[in-house]
Design a protein around this ligand. Sequence first.
Ligand SMILES: Nc1nc2c(c(=O)[nH]1)N[C@H]1C(S)=C(S)[C@@H](COP(=O)(O)OP(=O)(O)OC[C@H]3O[C@@H](n4cnc5c(=O)[nH]c(N)nc54)[C@H](O)[C@@H]3O)O[C@H]1N2
Ligand SMILES: Nc1nc2c(c(=O)[nH]1)N[C@H]1C(S)=C(S)[C@@H](COP(=O)(O)OP(=O)(O)OC[C@H]3O[C@@H](n4cnc5c(=O)[nH]c(N)nc54)[C@H](O)[C@@H]3O)O[C@H]1N2
Ligand SMILES: [Mo]
Length: 859
Amino acid sequence: MMQRRSFLKYAGLFASLPFVSQLADRSTLLAAGANKFSTDLVLNGEVYTAAHWGALRVVVKDGAVVDSGDAFGEFKPSSVKNPRYLDGEKALNSLDMRSSVADLIGPNNGFDRTNRIKAPMVRKSYLEKKPNNKELRGRDEWVEVSYEQAIKLVSSEVKRIRAKQGASGIYGGFYGWQSSGKLHSARTLLHRFLTMGGGFVGGLGDYSTGAAQVIMPHVMGTLEVYEQQTSWQLVLENAKVVVIWGSNPLSTLKLAYTATDSQGLKYYNELRKAANEKKIKVICIDPIKSETIQFFKGKADHIKVCPNTDVAMMLGIAHTMLTSGKYDKEFIENYTEGFEKFADYVLGKTDGVAKTAKWASGISKVPEKQIKALAKLFFENRTVLMAGWNIQRQHHGEQAHWMIVTLASMIGQIGLPGGGFGLSFHYSNGGSPTTNAPVLGGINVGKAVIKENWKSTEEKERSGAIPVARISDCLLNPGKTLQYNGRVITYPDIDMIYWVGGNPIVHQQNVNKNLKAWRKPTTVVVNDIYWTPSAKMADIVFPITTSYERNDLSMTGDYSNLNICPMKQVVAPMPKAKSDYQVFADLSSACGFGDAFTEGGKTEMQWLEEFYTTAYNRATNAGITTAEGEAMPDFKKFWEDNKPLTFAPTAEGEAYVRYADFREDPILNPLGTPSGKIEIFSETIAKMDYKDCKGHPMWFEPAEWLGMKNKPAEFALTSPHPINRLHSQLSNTRLRDSYAVADREPIWINPKDAKEKGIKNGDLVRVYNARGEALLGAIVSDMMPRKVVRIFEGAWYDPADAQQDGSMCKNGCPNMLTLDIPTSELADANIANTALVNIEKFKGKAPELTAFMPPKGAK
Ligand SMILES: Nc1nc2c(c(=O)[nH]1)N[C@H]1C(S)=C(S)[C@@H](COP(=O)(O)OP(=O)(O)OC[C@H]3O[C@@H](n4cnc5c(=O)[nH]c(N)nc54)[C@H](O)[C@@H]3O)O[C@H]1N2
Ligand SMILES: Nc1nc2c(c(=O)[nH]1)N[C@H]1C(S)=C(S)[C@@H](COP(=O)(O)OP(=O)(O)OC[C@H]3O[C@@H](n4cnc5c(=O)[nH]c(N)nc54)[C@H](O)[C@@H]3O)O[C@H]1N2
Ligand SMILES: [Mo]
């Protein structure tokens, strides 16, 4: 193994830092601190950085990346010898996303499928101002322009739209996972530019937990989905039953929004051990025999629920508890609100339908006996319900987590170690205890420099932000009103989209509708590193640096704060690429507020020193040391040391039990709900009088599911998160060679279904419904139940014929097939996992994949 931390610096090497040129007067005040640190690039040696997929150690040889992997351990291989048909633990363990740094940088490293945007480019007919040019979006040729010309085009367009229409004309498209980093946060930088410049239309919520994060504050008084969980150690010591409900943590824990702390696997290994020794019963509720279930090697009970019917199943459990009297009446009495109204519904007093185990079984296809057995098992044992988020990315998704909380209330163990429920054990290693690490500062959105120009306060209130997943509906229907969490939103008339750090053409449901929507505004600008489908649907693109071509800082573990990582520039930037910071600083200058944007011309290293020093001062004042008991180094030393700092969990972190204080004294420590208690019935929601979300959790029939009458298609499609990449990110690396089937995204199909359709492993499959069609490669696997197919989200949309509306996606993007309707009037969240599709063996000549090729005119 290469020696860690040793590196050779080439004296005299000048690292061309992609940074702000215009140093204003005020910066001389700060200049004292500038250039204090060596920002020379390491030509041969090791560099430490971080990404969503973890703290990274990168090996550099002659200025190019030759290897990369876990900052703290041995490197794992980046490819497997026998690709295709990777499932279970093989898929989980064989590949390491951390190995793909070289591929992501692209051309410099001899990997050309990366598809980098190499220069600022403008769509030809847009540049020529052709009247029909919007129709040609996504179909046109591209022309290279100078960086200065691109800045001028975009800044004058922003000014034009602001003058004509005000803030409501510009959508600050931010949604996306961008790259890690406290400074180069594309989303914050875009919003800083648009906030300082006079406002914009923003987004409400997110795609991940759109339904849960609106319902949970009504029920629990908090977001719940993005909060620290009961410490895993306490779960392992106290739980007798662990229910992994609609969640695939062995896959989803590979990433975090900051950078993963990689602690999750340790706890799941211990859980597996406890299951083997029969100390803990593990139950997984999932239509699919997921990688997590396979990880338990038969030691976890798999309950195969019909997709989109978990709420019915839970109601059957609740009915069993209620009628057998085996539920915690005392907990219900002391800690919850409105249980009687829910009980009346469960017993059928309000709608004439008793939600018996038999009734639930008819819908969910989980045997009646099993439903009854679960009710007893949960009540009689210390049980924790660990729910994932897929079940709320479904039609009426609000009900799923509301019902999880209701069941946990009936079990009566909320606030006890190893009991209750948790909505984030599968995400960012929730339950990995919080450390004493001081938190880094970061770039913020700032304040308006140019006065906000909304037509009225009322306009801002009604149209200032729209639920993120309603974007295509909004573009297509300006002026339309919709209900959202008790208020009315009026869709603004958006004439310009500026998107950074996201891939909306891939992540939004119903791609064909979205493409139509994206052809409405006059101007679309995208900053991205690569020619993604969204970049291809723009008019102007800026070529952005990878996080390996700039300096930054990150922490690991969204909840644990385990490490503070230097994100040191690894290689020289691609010649014409700029950081988002540079682009927005220059756009701000062109709009007259550059000095405010850069706070007087701060350099990259000055920002980083400031962010680090915020943490350093806290540590110094509070006497916080690293896990090794050392004082936190000052920035200069930290930067030169070139390695992440690790902090130790606090005693409180290790002993943390979610809702322990509420349980101890609900009067002194009430929840943030109107009643201060868990709202099984919410008067607030009941008063909204929505037809698709009532005062207590209920079963609503989804728009499309296997049990419906007159099914529009034969198979239920679920599109969970990909194991070996992050959404669409990393698709353009060699990792893809290990999972692509016939050079397409895989679709998992049950063997009997495949046989009926004449489909074999490795065949090309056409998947279609009324909304669109896509081409995929078959994986025939008994992990799939009958009539359910799985396609991971994130495939780069690649139309067979871009000139044609509704053209097939050659690469297999599942959003060709999904429904773009809201969960309900409460949250208006996406329902990516509610859809029916048809499948057939693809006949004819396989079209060439072009997803990872630049558009016409681009190199
Ligand atoms: N069918 C279906 N669809 C889904 C889901 C599902 O379950 N099923 N899940 C949904 C969910 S939960 C999510 S979170 C979304 C994810 O959707 P996104 O977050 O949009 O997906 P990413 O692929 O992470 O897109 C990030 C983009 O940012 C770019 N990028 C990276 N670093 C930088 C940078 O420094 N600057 C700039 N300007 N760009 C950068 C990347 O190249 C990439 O194009 O998908 C949603 N869509
Ligand atoms: N490797 C990897 N990890 C990630 C991401 C990634 O892209 N790649 N993305 C991150 C992001 S942004 C998010 S939002 C989270 C997503 O976290 P989640 O939303 O929890 O994850 P999903 O992968 O969508 O689905 C989890 C499980 O739900 C199951 N499922 C599908 N339909 C049903 C159903 O009707 N009932 C039940 N009971 N189960 C069902 C699926 O089979 C799958 O095993 O993951 C994060 N982690
Ligand atoms: Mo997400």
